[in-house]
Design a protein around this ligand. Sequence first.
Ligand SMILES: NC(=O)c1ccc[n+]([C@@H]2O[C@H](COP(=O)([O-])OP(=O)(O)OC[C@H]3O[C@@H](n4cnc5c(N)ncnc54)[C@H](OP(=O)(O)O)[C@@H]3O)[C@@H](O)[C@H]2O)c1
Length: 259
Amino acid sequence: MNILMVGCGQMGGAMLKNWAGLEDMSFTVVDPAALHLPFGVRHETAADALADDMFDMLIVAVKPQMIETVMPAYGPHLIEDGCLVSIAAGYSLQGLEALFPGRAVVRVMPNLPALIGRSATGLFANDAATKEHRALVSHLMEAVGTAVWVPSEDQLDRLTAISGSGPGYVFQFIESFIEAAESLGFSHQDARKLVLQTMVGATEMAMSSDRAVGELRQSVTSKGGTTQAGLEQLRTDGTLDRLMVRTTSAAYGRARALR
Ligand SMILES: NC(=O)c1ccc[n+]([C@@H]2O[C@H](COP(=O)([O-])OP(=O)(O)OC[C@H]3O[C@@H](n4cnc5c(N)ncnc54)[C@H](OP(=O)(O)O)[C@@H]3O)[C@@H](O)[C@H]2O)c1
């Protein structure tokens, strides 16, 4: 399986790092920069260096605003039943289909923890994509974390508001939590250590448990205890619930406007 990736910056590079060990796959990258690529990845700086080489999959990993000028040169290098995969945020399937008529196209929405192989990724394909194309893209994205297929492009915008933008929400929560720990007298270093380990510990516990998250919350909240005193503030009148609905709705609205 020959895979061509066009653009290999932060996100393309993160994915490639996780793919380097996959069997029966060879990767070629076109990017003008001098890159530190995993061993065995072929690097070219421009499309003409590919000569007549053909690829089974073409991955769009340049910035969305570059797609229309950069990508048309690569269409002829994709085999007839090959698959175009785009990780570009906010660049629609319709736009990709206009550039690559009749081709199988998969839009992939990874998130930043792809950098450490822990992405929560959304996937959506057009009708030309076969079961085999989908299986191949699932295989690649599961090597970078977790992947979920969605039934429509609108659903991909909704997913963008959850997992695409989600790392930002989580970083904000962590930041506020650290500031609160500092206001109770901890040094920044200790506050950061305690908060991050608490976030990781609670998250991993939730991931390894079959119990509902609400049940886990109740299990650590004894009546009249410290957790209950804190949660009474955090949960006052459903403020946090409403805030999360407003947060994700705003991100969804923006994702739709960008497409
Ligand atoms: N970063 C994220 O969290 C994230 C999340 C989801 C989706 N995405 C999507 O991933 C894509 C890439 O984002 P990124 O954050 O990885 O951006 P990036 O770090 O800027 O990567 C883009 C790469 O493309 C290269 N490039 C520029 N012109 C090129 C050309 N003519 N041919 C080939 N390569 C060229 C750039 O090189 P130079 O730097 O030398 O210009 C750079 O290495 C975007 O479409 C973005 O929407 C990113």
